[in-house]
Design a protein around this ligand. Structure first.
Ligand code: FEO
Length: 415
């Protein structure tokens, strides 16, 4: 890798966007010969999709591939980073002479600058699959005459470098695809293999990267595990040496992410119970603590999150390989506490591989949480091993019942 440095002017400005536009120095990693990372780091972004917390920010990775005859840009950047992308491309090439803009995925964090780039590069063709065109048209204006549709196995010859297209649908939108550069054995995988962090350039720089990638997998890819397994099968014999995703560091050690993805996409679980709960006056908490201690005593790995103060990304990460889920949901106005309802909805939507579940809760004068939780979880494949709803504070007898449910859950989890 070499880094291109020019002098920079730093103007004091309250606005981060203005600050970014004033930059005249950029790190542009050369991830393989004549393959450059020209995307952006969004250090301070703290929420994605108005849902997913980003404790370490994120990056929108875009890659420029320079062949002997042609140049291609693979994916673009989030709104607000267009000028940075333009400046970086012009530091290693000439944007006006760009030949191809490849779109692996139409979501605006990677595709929003399509129109910007096509206006700056008047000869460039917009390259994606048939499904890609359909999705891109929903969000971006495309010049019809400049669309080039590709399909599985098609390739573009850039002169000494080839871009081969691999359809990888539903990771996590219908149109997603990978682009492979066989001469340098680089896979451009877009969201797949990504991690939300602005830290680092290469995987070896981030010790906790697999944990971050697992959190990302739980949030984005877990509902599409089967499609992920199919995609892994397609790429297994390519001899990939570099994985260049669109969020987070680039993998110089592909095995570091391929091995966990193999396990996660197959839904392999650990002897681990994820406990998520809400408690208003401590009654549900007492039941939750009782089952947690019982499970620990039985040798089960326990992860516990109070939904009042938890990062949903941590919960998503633990859902990836927890064998059971324990839900603590008190009743409020005839149904589940809204935070427990939110947590249960997320569990259902993320489609985790958990096999077993327990629902515990308390109420003052009329139940309802348990019934609602049962209805919500009924379509899932989670077997409910035990439920208990108590009025007011749990008596010693009721806590003994919680212990019994915990032991039964531990027994099931071991078989
Ligand atoms: Fe990073 Fe699905 O966009």
């Amino acid at each position: 890798m070499y880094r291109i440095l020019v002098h920079f002017i730093l103007r004091v400005n309250d606005s981060e966007e203005s600050w970014r536009k004033s930059m005249e120095i950029y790190n542009i990693p050369e991830i393989a010969r004549n393959v450059f990372g020209v995307g952006s780091k969004d250090w301070n972004r703290r929420i994605f999709d108005s849902l997913i917390p980003l404790p370490e920010g994120t990056s929108y990775n875009s890659y420029l591939v320079k062949g002997e005859k042609k140049t291609a840009l693979i994916d673009t950047v989030n709104p607000g980073f267009e000028e940075e992308l333009e400046a970086k491309i012009n530091m290693v090439s000439d944007l006006k002479k760009l030949d191809y803009l490849i779109m692996n995925h139409a979501e605006p964090d990677h595709a929003n600058a399509i129109r910007f780039i096509l206006e700056k590069a008047p000869e460039a063709l917009f390259v994606t699959t048939k499904k890609g065109v359909k999705m891109a048209k929903l969000y971006h204006e495309l010049p019809e005459a400049r669309i080039k549709i590709v399909a599985e196995g098609d390739s573009l010859d850039l002169g000494g470098k080839t871009l081969r297209f691999i359809e990888a649908p539903w990771l996590h939108w219908p149109e997603t695809m990978f682009t492979y550069l066989p001469e340098d054995k680089v896979l451009f995988s877009c969201d797949f293999f990504g991690a939300h962090t602005a830290q680092g350039v290469y995987d070896e720089e981030i010790e906790e990267l697999v944990s971050l990638a697992k959190r990302y997998y739980g949030e984005i890819m877990m509902p599409f595990g089967k499609m992920g397994a199919r995609a892994l099968e397609k790429i297994k014999d390519l001899g990939i040496e570099i994985i260049a995703p669109s969020h987070g560091p680039i993998y110089k050690n592909p095995k570091r992410i391929l091995d966990p993805y193999e396990k996660w996409t197959q839904g392999k679980t650990e002897n681990k119970a994820l406990i998520v709960y809400v408690s208003m006056w401590g009654s549900t908490r007492e039941m939750i603590r009782t089952i947690a201690e019982t499970l620990l005593k039985e040798g089960v790995d326990v992860r516990m999150y109070d939904l009042v103060a938890s990062d949903i990304g941590d919960v998503a990460r633990e859902l990836v390989d927890s064998r059971s889920i324990v839900l603590g949901a008190p009743t409020v106005l005839g149904g589940m506490h809204p935070l427990a309802l939110y947590g249960t909805y997320l569990v259902k939507a993320l489609n985790p591989p958990a096999k077993y579940g327990v629902v515990l809760g308390s109420f003052g004068w009329g139940g309802g949480a348990l019934k609602q939780a049962g209805e919500l979880l009924a379509p899932s494949k989670i077997e409910i091993v035990g439920t208990l709803q108590v009025q007011g504070r749990a008596s010693r007898e009721k806590l003994k019942k919680v212990e019994e449910i915990g032991r039964e859950l531990a027994r099931k989890m071991k078989t």
